[in-house]
Ligand binder design. Structure first.
Ligand code: SAH
Length: 473
């Protein structure tokens, strides 16, 4: 860390600005908004400085910089258009161990001004230390849109109730639960609608009513792997959970976004590998919710597409445990988009079927004939271990041997790999290319569009992370 971010209380603190032009003006505006006591030295001044002097906000000293002007100052800003003067200010300040900012000259900066997102009392400061200002600006714009305007009034209200809440709830966990309740409550809605008095009343009411601590289960789809494919709702719940119950399909990059002090329980779920039986997972969810916990049941893709989300809900219902389901981007949608395969296409496929290659018992065989019709796309989940059987059944049911297919391994993740070939080569490709889990089979005419459309240049196997198809031209 080249610079340490500190929040400095500048109210009534003496600060010297050297320079009286437009650059100095910008810094002066920022410093005044923090309440600094400004002195400005310059042979001449922009009109705004004169106005500030008239209002008693700044002291203007007409003349040239001299080191003794630093006496008694907390900070100094060198903001002239003369490099020699700026260098002299920097030298004099550094000799005195004073913090100096030289505008647009990062090596001569003992401190820097970050970009600021102001939701006072919440302040966010961003800086790339001058290395990537455009990136820092984009980040700031992104955060600006994420942070609602009522955040400031909310934080201010929280600040006013802090002592009362502390007196009422012993221990950090109890206080955290109370505040979580507040942030999900009408208090926020009132502030959004700009009704601060009503918000305060609601908060006072909440403090008086003591709800039984009720557990809840959120069955959340985490998408196929790229964390940017999470829904906003999924992210919010991952941040609120007391405990996260996840399976192997949830990528480590996604798990990094879980609230840091949440408990994490892995229940496996990988064909052939150790995993918790579904009944045990169901029982675990019930038990955790009964302990009063907010449980985030995080699942790969979408919870209702080969995700056994329905079975988990069936276990919660008789226990009267409240739950919600948050959909996610299913592997078929994510993998197809990142591999450059449109699942339907006016000329090539009028329908798409999602099927599982992993049937529960032998009587549950899929309808191979309906899956073998031409001009439809077949997406097979959990099909890799049964590749030879799938190939044989589809060919026997009449699907053409030269039907194009893609095997998408680790779709949407950094290590995504796309292997293409024909239906007749399916088992061979899986063995030869040593395809690993998770992998998805996409079978149908649409796969041929992948190379024709030159997605990512010519290479259909390009590994792309965080970047779905963007250029169809
Ligand atoms: N509920 C999940 C599917 C769970 S079944 C969803 O909606 O996506 C598990 C199967 O999904 C895996 O065997 C694999 O076929 C597929 N799958 C899930 N994530 C994948 C990924 N990132 N890349 C390729 N296949 C994936």
């Amino acid at each position: 860390m080249q610079y340490l971010p500190l929040f400095v209380k500048l109210t009534d603190k003496p600060v010297l600005i050297v320079g009286g032009g437009s650059v100095a003006l910008r810094k002066a505006g920022t410093l005044l908004s923090a309440g600094a006591k400004l002195s400005v030295i310059s042979p001449e001044f922009a009109p705004e400085f004169l106005a500030w002097q008239a209002e008693g906000k700044a002291e203007l000293l007409q003349g040239y910089f001299e080191p003794h002007l630093l006496d008694g100052k907390l900070l100094v800003i060198a903001a002239t258009d003369n490099d020699d003067v700026n260098a002299a200010v920097y030298e004099a300040a550094t000799t005195r161990n004073m913090l100096v900012n030289t505008v647009d000259d990062q090596p001569k900066c003992g401190f820097i001004f970050p970009s600021i997102i102001d939701r006072s009392p919440i302040i966010i400061a961003i800086s790339s230390f001058g290395t990537a200002p455009v990136l820092a600006r984009r980040l700031r714009e992104k955060l600006e849109t994420l942070l609602p305007q009522h955040l400031g009034p909310l934080a201010e209200l929280v600040g006013r109730f802090r002592d009362k809440v502390k007196a009422k709830f012993q221990g950090f966990a109890a206080r955290r639960q109370f505040w979580e309740r507040v942030f999900d409550s009408e208090v926020v809605r009132e502030l959004e609608a700009n009704r601060p008095a009503a918000a305060e009343q609601r908060l006072a009411d909440l403090l008086e009513t003591q709800p039984a601590r009720e557990g809840e289960v959120w069955i959340v789809g985490a998408g196929p792997g790229d964390p940017e494919l999470l829904t906003l709702k999924a992210l919010q719940l991952m941040q609120q959970a007391d405990v996260v119950v996840y399976d192997y399909l949830v990528s480590p990059h996604i798990m990094e976004l879980v609230r840091r002090d949440a408990e994490r329980i892995c229940v496996g779920k990988k064909a052939g590998a150790h995993s918790m039986p579904q009944q045990d997972t169901n029982a675990l969810l019930v038990q955790l919710a009964k302990e009063g916990k907010k449980v985030c049941r995080l699942k790969g893709g979408d919870p209702f597409i080969f995700g056994r989300g329905g079975e988990e809900i069936e276990a919660l219902l008789p226990e009267n445990i409240s739950f919600q389901v948050v959909p996610g981007i299913t592997a078929a949608a994510g993998c197809a988009a990142y591999a450059g395969i449109p699942l339907t296409h006016r000329d090539h496929a009028q329908s798409v079927q999602f099927v599982t290659g992993h049937c529960r018992k032998s009587g549950d065989e899929p309808d191979w004939y309906s899956m073998s019709r031409p001009n439809q796309t077949l997406v097979i989940y959990m099909g890799i271990m049964k590749a030879a059987d799938i190939q044989q059944q589809l060919l026997a049911a009449g699907r053409a041997a030269d039907t194009p297919l893609a095997i998408i391994e680790n779709g949407t993740r950094r290590e995504q790999r796309v292997v293409t070939g024909t239906l007749a080569e399916l088992a061979l490709l899986v063995a030869q290319q040593q395809v690993v889990s998770p992998a998805l089979l996409v079978i149908g005419e649409v796969v041929s569009l992948q190379s024709q459309l030159h997605w990512f240049g010519q290479r259909p196997t390009a590994a792309v992370f965080s970047q779905p198809i963007t250029n169809l031209a």
